[in-house]
Each structure stands twice: as structure tokens, then as C-alpha cells.
Design a protein around this ligand. Structure first.
Ligand code: G3I
Length: 377
């Protein structure tokens, strides 16, 4: 890709911007039930618990799914031959896990760096995989380069536009879509999140502007709105849909919805399907954008590790069924947020969690088999 004019800021040292999702567990967002001090609870998370595997000759996910199958990826994963082999076999879409975000791109001196996202984009192109841009605007990342902007030199809106044009323009024509705005809705669904962007450009305006600038940068890319806990918190889902409707009514080029779907294995059956059905009511393509199914974030302390692993597989199956139930034109993609257990952000948080559909050796688990079974049904 050609070098886009890299715009820069003055007087800044952006902070990395920690993920806001440490408390994103089902427990974090729902009232934690009384923890029963049962022996099961202690045995449920034994690090030695062996992973359930299924025949290693399970067909690749991308071969049986009638829509794109993605995974998140970091540049360092591309130096891991076993990851590369598994990704090439299983998926046909990639989402940069963090290196296409402001925390990576915006440097302390206000300039931009693109080495890692460029490498991921090149790998995707070389391997015939789609690239999902993630994410242009996120309340959780507001580098000092913006907060300390010297507005005598450039207005805040111009700097915001410059950033979006620089990043979305750099990958124009090479992405299957953009998460233009990530997590705009308040945690409990009561309105929208407050952020540097909303404070400086307006609660709704900063969102509408982001879609306008992204379209200016890339005339054809699908432009999505992405959020989480839409299955767990109906009020949040309703507010998300109202925001999407308002964007559409305002003429913003919103062309898809992303439901992250970070869930726990003990999620009530049917919640994911209900959420996907609701989101699909607007008629836009749906991206199940960050699917993982935590074992250790499950709240039901009476379930054994085996129970939770069985439930985990069923949850992967339900997610696939929910996508299969959509009209073809609304099936954007299903993206896994971590192919193998050790690749997952949840595994970084709790090494005894095993949220992914493939185990440490890249062998398919029951979750992968459930995905394949559903796609082939
Ligand atoms: O790799 C560097 C390491 O070299 C360095 O020493 C270390 C300390 O600075 O940082 C490491 O990078 C971290 C990166 O994850 C890789 O582990 C970043 O600091 C850290 O911010 C980054 O966190 C990511 C987080 O979003 C924030 O960007 C997680 O990987 C990623 O899984 C998470 O993904 C989010 C989605 O974007 C939105 N939905 C929720 C989801 C989970 O929180």
C-alpha cells in the first residue's frame, strides 16, 4: 500500500490505553451470585484439566461456513508457525487485535506508526484473507496527542478527521469493513458513553462524523458499529439499536452491526440467538465480531469443568446457528477472539481459562466441532 500522508500531532505522549474490558466478565456486568464454596468450584478450574479434542481431521471452519470466518491477530502471532498454519487452514478474515487502534498507531510525539498493521494487512492479502479494520474511534483510547492538541495549529475536528483519513485511507480498498466506532453505548445501556470524543465533538456528532470521515477515506468499505454485552443486557441492545437507527436517519453511512459476543459458558441458552435476531431487525449485515466463551467467567459454581466445557461447545453451536438463521445478505462474518486458548485475552487474565475453539496445540475442541456441525447442518 502506498504511504498515505502521515499527519501528526504536537506536544503529546499518548498512553497505551488499557482495555476497559477487565471488568467485562459476565460477573463484572451482572450481579455476582453468592459463590458456593463447593469442592466442585475448586476443581472446576484445575489448570491440569485436559482439553476435549475431536478428530484432528475436522474440516476447516472456513471450508464449511457459508460466510467468512475470522480471528483476531497480533503481528507477533505471524512469527508463530503453528498459529500461521492454523489460521491459514481455518479462517479467511483477520481483525488486528490491538495494532490498528490509537494505542498502537499514535506515538508519544504525535506521529503515527503503521509497521504492525501493515504487516497484518500484507499477511491477509498474501493469504487471501479479508481484513477487518478495528477500530477507528473508541472511548477507551484517547491518546494525549488529542487531549493536549494545540488548537492554534489544528482544530480538534480537523485532527479527528486527519486521523481517520490517515488510517482508513491507508487501507482503503483492502478491508472487508471497519469497526468505525467501538462501544459507544453506556455499560448499563442508559445512554451513550462519555469520552474525549463526545466532550470535544458532541455526543452524537462525534459518532456521525466518524462514519462520514471513514466514508471519505474509503468510498466502498462496509462501516460497522460494534459493541458488547448486547446478549446479556437487553437495555444496552435497545440503546445500541436506537443509536444505529439515529445514525441511519441522519444519513450516516452505517452499513453493518457488530456484536462482540464475549460470553461465559453458563450463558442462558437462547440469549445469543435472541440478540442476533434483534440486531437483524434493522436489515443490516451482522458481524458476530469477537466470539469467545469463557469457562472461568461462568458464574454457576455448581457446574463442573466438564459441564462447563459441554456448555461451551453448545454456546459455539448456538452462535453459529444464530448466524445461519440470518438471510444470506445479513451474514457478514463470524470472528473468533482467539483461535487457540493461549491466544485469548481471557487466558492472559486467567491462565486456567480455555475460551477458544482450539487448544494449545491447535487441536479442535468440542466448540470447533459444534461450529462445523452447525455450518454443515
Ligand atoms: O504486546 C505488548 C507488549 O510488548 C508490551 O510489553 C505490553 C505492555 O505495554 O503491551 C502489549 O500489548 C498489549 C496487547 O493487548 C497485547 O497483549 C497492549 O498493551 C494491550 O492494550 C492490548 O490489549 C488489547 C485490548 O483490546 C486493548 O486494545 C487486547 O489484546 C484485546 O484482546 C482487546 O480487545 C478488545 C476489543 O478491541 C474490543 N472488545 C473487547 C476486547 C477485549 O477487551
Amino acid at each position: 500500500m502506498g504511504d498515505s500522508p502521515s499527519r501528526s500531532f504536537r506536544d503529546s505522549s499518548p498512553d497505551a490505553g488499557a482495555s476497559p474490558h477487565q471488568d467485562q466478565s459476565a460477573a463484572g456486568s451482572l450481579h455476582r451470585r453468592a459463590v458456593l464454596g463447593s469442592a466442585l468450584a475448586l476443581s472446576a478450574c484445575g489448570p491440569g484439566a485436559k482439553s476435549q479434542t475431536v478428530p484432528a481431521d475436522l474440516p476447516p471452519l472456513k471450508a464449511v461456513a457459508p460466510f467468512r470466518i475470522g480471528t483476531c491477530v497480533q503481528a507477533l502471532h505471524l512469527d508463530d508457525p503453528s498459529f500461521v498454519a492454523l489460521a491459514r487452514r481455518q479462517v479467511n478474515q483477520l481483525t488486528p487485535e490491538w495494532q490498528m487502534k490509537m494505542e498502537y498507531i499514535v506515538q508519544p510525539d504525535g506521529t503515527f506508526r503503521f509497521d504492525a498493521p501493515d504487516r497484518i494487512a500484507a499477511f491477509a492479502q498474501a493469504n487471501g484473507m479479508g481484513l477487518l479494520g478495528h477500530t477507528l474511534v473508541w472511548y477507551a483510547q484517547a491518546p494525549d496527542a488529542f487531549a493536549r492538541l494545540d488548537e492554534r495549529r489544528v482544530s480538534f475536528e480537523q485532527a479527528y478527521r486527519n486521523y481517520i483519513l490517515a488510517v482508513a485511507g491507508r487501507y482503503a480498498g483492502r478491508v472487508v469493513g471497519w469497526d468505525v466506532v467501538n462501544e459507544a453505548v453506556a455499560e448499563d445501556g442508559n445512554g451513550w458513553r462519555d469520552s474525549l470524543w463526545s466532550q470535544r465533538l458532541g455526543a452524537f456528532e462525534h459518532i456521525a462524523l466518524a462514519y462520514r470521515f471513514a466514508r471519505e477515506a474509503d468510498p466502498h468499505a462496509p462501516l460497522l458499529l460494534n459493541d458488547y454485552n448486547l446478549e446479556y443486557i437487553p437495555r444496552k441492545r435497545a440503546t445500541f439499536l436506537k443509536l444505529a437507527e439515529r445514525l441511519l436517519a441522519s444519513g450516516a453511512p452505517l452499513t453493518g452491526l457488530g456484536a462482540q459476543t464475549h460470553v461465559a459458558a453458563d450463558i442462558t441458552p437462547g440469549k445469543i440467538a435472541e440478540m442476533i435476531r434483534d440486531l437483524a431487525s434493522l436489515g443490516l449485515p451482522i458481524h458476530l465480531s469477537e466470539l469467545d466463551v469463557s469457562i472461568t467467567r461462568s458464574e454457576n459454581r455448581l457446574l463442573s469443568r466438564e459441564d462447563l466445557r459441554n456448555r461451551q461447545a453448545r454456546v459455539y453451536g448456538e452462535a453459529a446457528e444464530a448466524m445461519m438463521a440470518l438471510p444470506e445478505r445479513q451474514r457478514f462474518a463470524l470472528t473468533l477472539w482467539g483461535l487457540r486458548d493461549q491466544d485469548s485475552w481471557l487466558h492472559q487474565e486467567n491462565a486456567s481459562d480455555s475460551p477458544a475453539p482450539f487448544d494449545e496445540q491447535g487441536r479442535p475442541k468440542a466448540g470447533a466441532a459444534a461450529l462445523v456441525r452447525t455450518f454443515r447442518a
